[in-house]
Design a binder for this molecule. Sequence first.
Ligand code: ADP
Ligand code: MG
Length: 280
Amino acid sequence: MEPGLTLKSISFSYGNYWSLDGISFGLNKGELVGMIGPNGSGKSTLLRIMDGLVRTDTGEVLLMNRPISSFRRHEVARQIAMVPQESIFRFNFSVLEVVLMGRFAHRGLFPFEEKKDLEIARESMRRTGTLDLERRSIHELSGGEKQRVLIARALTQKAQFILLDEPTSQLDIRHKVEIFELISSLVRGQGFGVMVVSHDISLAAQYCNRMLLLNKGRMYRIGSPDEVVTTDTIREVYQCPVLVDKNPITQTPRVTVLSRRPEHNKDIAVQPLRHKGTEE
Ligand code: ADP
Ligand code: MG
């Protein structure tokens, strides 16, 4: 069976400056896929392509076996919910108002505060632990609270696929774990297909079923966390000295960033980076 959201030989470029090329994979329902890669490797662009917001130059994005470009915007929004990297609200919306925005996909602009919409919004807030924030302004929230509210909005959209762009980037370790726990419980419990972009590589490796490593707009590797997160792949792509071993509890790959000073790493057999000019 075809995955619900499939990318076939995608290419896309921003003018002559930068391009994404040779991207093919599918996101299945019931799986959590982690997308990693350095700054500027194309993660946000790829998510926008998957959401049909950016048209590809070649190749196609299929949603339920149909080109995503053949869907109207609100039809896409019933299938795919996006939690963007930056969500800036120009008005002083309450948390409940922000969560209710997820109903636009089903109601259009107005009217949307019907009883059923409110019930769906509150159910999403209950699942994300944001009910008691309902009347607060979106501008007053901490980073972790805001992320949970944005996930509540995505749930309110009642889509099958959720795409999250760096939802843990501003959070402390406890709140990072809470976000991964939340999204993995949604995948296991409700069967959503979720793609999450993250720089928390070890944490993503703990929770994700598959991972995709992007490098300069190309798919460097896709597979299980063990296949994707290795000392060689992370060093090569991030151009940073690391050691990947196994988390002793979860047995998933664990990334330790090494100092560039040789005297700090003398007990570890560190292979030099393969590219010239990056080593001191
Ligand atoms: P990532 O999310 O992995 O950091 P992005 O997808 O945001 O990467 O960006 C990939 C590359 O495309 C970067 O070099 C970035 O500067 C460039 N880029 C992103 N958005 C635009 C845009 N709207 N116009 C031109 N270049 C862009
Ligand atoms: Mg990005």
